[in-house]
Design a protein around this ligand. Structure first.
Ligand SMILES: *[C@@H]1O[C@H](CO)[C@@H](O)[C@H](O)[C@H]1NC(C)=O
Ligand SMILES: *[C@@H]1O[C@H](CO)[C@@H](O)[C@H](O)[C@H]1NC(C)=O
Length: 538
C-alpha cells in the first residue's frame, strides 16, 4: 500500500470514529418504525405502560386499518380511527372510537387513565376514557362536558382535576371529571374573546396553558397572556403583549413549553415560558388565496413569576409554523415538524421544515443556543405529532393537510408512517447512565426524600449529573398539553463501587409544582439521559 493511500485510509477511519464517538458532528438520527400504522396520528399520548395511544377523527372516511370482527357497531364505518402502538415490538392494535374526536384535547389523569375531551359534531361534548391494560378500549361518556370543545386545551391541576379551556367560539372553561357541585359551573373567560383575530381566523385556538408555581394558570392566546386564578375566576395578572405582531395560536400555530422548573428544598422556583414560531395574523387568509407567507423565526421567553416580567426575544435558525416543542429528559427543547410557509388548515402550508432544532435554554447548564439537527425525509405538516418515549427517543407521526386520506393527486399525501428521532445524546458509543434501583420503587409523596442507584462507567458527581421528572403530555396541533420537566434537588451523590452510584434526592414539595400522576424519572449525566423509570406521585 502506498503511503498516500495509507494516510487517506487512516484519515477516513479516524474521521468516521470521530463522527461516531467524538460526537461533535452527530446531529441526531431517524428510523422509520412503521410505514403505516393505519391512521394518520393527529393526537398522541404516552401511557405508563409505555404504549402510545393515537387517534385521528371519525368523520374522515376510510382509514387504512379496519376494526376486528365484532368491534364494528351499527352505523359505523368499520374502520379504526384510533390505534395503540407498542414501541417494544412495533405492534399496532386498532381501537374503537365512535364519536368524532377531530381537533380535541386530553390529559393523562393522576391514576394513569387517558382522558380525552371534546371534538366536533356528536363528539363535541363527549369525554372518553382509555385505561392502560391488555385489550382495553375506549369508553365514551356523552354530555361529559358542559360546552362543546373543539380546539380546546387541557391542564392537570394540583387537586388532580383537569381544566378544559376554550374551543371554537367557547370563551369559557370547566373542570372534569365532574364529581363535585362546582364542576357543574361554566366559568366565563372573556380573554378568549378579546384575543380573537377574526371570526373565521381566530389565531387563539388551542390556547397554551402552563401551571405556574404560584398556583395560578398561565394562559397564552394569539400574542397575549394572562395569569388566571381559576378558582375565583379572576385574572390576577396581565402580561406584556409579546412583541413582533406575530400570531402564535391556531391557525397561526406556534408552540409553547414551560422551561424546566429547577426545584430547591428552600424556595419556590421561578417559571419561564418559551414560545416559538407562528406566523403573521393574516397568513391563513392569504394561504387560502394561494399566497404562502413565511413563518416567523422568533421565539419569546417570559419569566411569569418575575416582579416585572418582560419578553426576551430570540431567533430560531429558520422560520417555522406548526412545529412541536418537545421537552427532552435533559431539559432541552426539541422543535420538530412543521412548515416554513403558510398556516395550519387543509392545503395551507408549503415548504416542510425537515430539520429539527435543539434549543438549550441555559437554565440547567450555562449553554444557551439553537442547533440544527439531522433532517427527516418525511414532511410532517398539519395534523402531525411527536412524543418523548421512556428510552429517550422521540416518536414522530402523522401529517395530513388533506380533508380525507389522500395518497395521490395531492402535494403532501396523508402520512400514516411512524418514525423515531434519536436526539444527539443517543449517538452510538455514548455511555448512558442506567438506573438500577429506586427507593421507594414507584410511589413518591410530596416533600419525600428518596434515593436511587445508577451505573455509569464515567465519573459522576454533583456537578455533572442531575435528575429530572418528566410529565407525559397529550400532544395535538403542535402543542404538548401538560408537558412539564422538574429538575430535582439532589442532596448527595455517593460512589458505592466502581461505576456504581447512590443518590439522595427530594421529591417535589407540592402538587402545584408537580400535579399528581405519573412521571418518567431520568438520571442525566454529562448531558446524556438514562432510560426513564415511571414513578407516581400523589
Ligand atoms: C392505504 O390504503 C390505500 C387504499 O387501499 C392504498 O392505496 C395506500 O397505498 C395505503 N397507504 C399506506 C401508506 O398503507
Ligand atoms: C381525497 O379523497 C377523497 C375521498 O377519497 C376524494 O373525494 C377527494 O377528491 C380527494 N381529494 C383530492 C384532492 O384528491
Amino acid at each position: 500500500m502506498e503511503a498516500k493511500t495509507l494516510i487517506i485510509l487512516l484519515f477516513a477511519i479516524f474521521s468516521t470514529f470521530n463522527l461516531a464517538v467524538g460526537g461533535q458532528a452527530y446531529r441526531g438520527g431517524w428510523k422509520l418504525l412503521k410505514r403505516s400504522i393505519g391512521i394518520s396520528a393527529m393526537h398522541m399520548a404516552l401511557l405508563p405502560n409505555d404504549r402510545i395511544v393515537t387517534f385521528d377523527r371519525t368523520d374522515i372516511g376510510p382509514t387504512n386499518i379496519t376494526l376486528p370482527k365484532g368491534k364494528c357497531k351499527q352505523n359505523m364505518d368499520c374502520y379504526a380511527h384510533s390505534v395503540e402502538f407498542d414501541p417494544s415490538n412495533r405492534n399496532v392494535r386498532p381501537l374503537t372510537i365512535l364519536s368524532d374526536t377531530w381537533c380535541s384535547s386530553g390529559a393523562l389523569s393522576p391514576d394513569g387513565v387517558l382522558i380525552q375531551t371534546g371534538g366536533t359534531g356528536f363528539g363535541e361534548r363527549v369525554v372518553r376514557y382509555f385505561k392502560p391494560c391488555v385489550d382495553c378500549d375506549w369508553t365514551e361518556h356523552p354530555n361529559g362536558l358542559l360546552s362543546p370543545r373543539w380546539y380546546a386545551s387541557n391542564q392537570i391541576l394540583p387537586d388532580g382535576k383537569i381544566i378544559v379551556v376554550g374551543g371554537r367560539f367557547q370563551f369559557s372553561y370547566e373542570f372534569i371529571p365532574k364529581t363535585s357541585s362546582s364542576d357543574s359551573i361554566l366559568y366565563q373567560l372573556p380573554f378568549l374573546k378579546e384575543t380573537t383575530y377574526k371570526e373565521w381566523v381566530l389565531n387563539n385556538l388551542y390556547p397554551f396553558l402552563h401551571l405556574s408555581p404560584d398556583g395560578n394558570l398561565f394562559i397564552f392566546a394569539n400574542d397575549r397572556a394572562i395569569l388566571l386564578d381559576y378558582v375565583k375566576n379572576k385574572v390576577v395578572r396581565n402580561f406584556p403583549v409579546m412583541p413582533g405582531g406575530v400570531a402564535r395560536n391556531y391557525p397561526s400555530t406556534g408552540s409553547s413549553a414551560l422551561l424546566p422548573l429547577k426545584l430547591s428544598v428552600k424556595r419556590t422556583p421561578d417559571a419561564e415560558v418559551f414560545i416559538c414560531g407562528g406566523t403573521s395574523p393574516d397568513s391563513n387568509e392569504k394561504a387560502i388565496q394561494g399566497i404562502f407567507l413565511p413563518a416567523t423565526k422568533t421565539c419569546g421567553r417570559l419569566i411569569i413569576t418575575a416582579a416585572n416580567p418582560k419578553w426576551v426575544m430570540e431567533e430560531m435558525p429558520t422560520g417555522r409554523v406548526m412545529g412541536d416543542m418537545i421537552l427532552l429528559p435533559t431539559g432541552d427543547v426539541l422543535i420538530i415538524n412543521g412548515a416554513a410557509k403558510g398556516t395550519a388548515g387543509w392545503f395551507n402550508a408549503i415548504e416542510p421544515v425537515l430539520n429539527p432544532v435543539l434549543y438549550q435554554p441555559g437554565t440547567i447548564t450555562p449553554t444557551r443556543k439553537f442547533e440544527i439537527l439531522a433532517p427527516s425525509t418525511i414532511p410532517r405538516l398539519y395534523h402531525s405529532t411527536a412524543h418523548l418515549l421512556s428510552d429517550g427517543r422521540v416518536l414522530v407521526a402523522g401529517g395530513n393537510p388533506n380533508n380525507f386520506y389522500n395518497f395521490t393527486h395531492v402535494v403532501y399525501p396523508t402520512e400514516l408512517s411512524l418514525e423515531a428521532f434519536y436526539p444527539p445524546y443517543l449517538r452510538s458509543g455514548t455511555s448512558r447512565p442506567i438506573i438500577t434501583w429506586l427507593n421507594p420503587a414507584v410511589e413518591l409523596g410530596y416533600k419525600m426524600k428518596f434515593s436511587l442507584g445508577f451505573q455509569q462507567k464515567m465519573k459522576a458527581q454533583l456537578g455533572n449529573m442531575y435528575i429530572t421528572m418528566v410529565a407525559p403530555s397529550f400532544t395535538s396541533h403542535s402543542y404538548s398539553m401538560h408537558q412539564r420537566v422538574l429538575v430535582l434537588a439532589v442532596d448527595s451523590v455517593r460512589q458505592i463501587s466502581v461505576g456504581k452510584y447512590a443518590v439522595e434526592t427530594n421529591a417535589p414539595a407540592t402538587a402545584v409544582l408537580a400535579p399528581p400522576g405519573y412521571y418518567q424519572l431520568f438520571v442525566v449525566h454529562e448531558g446524556v439521559p438514562s432510560r426513564g423509570k415511571w414513578v407516581h406521585i400523589k
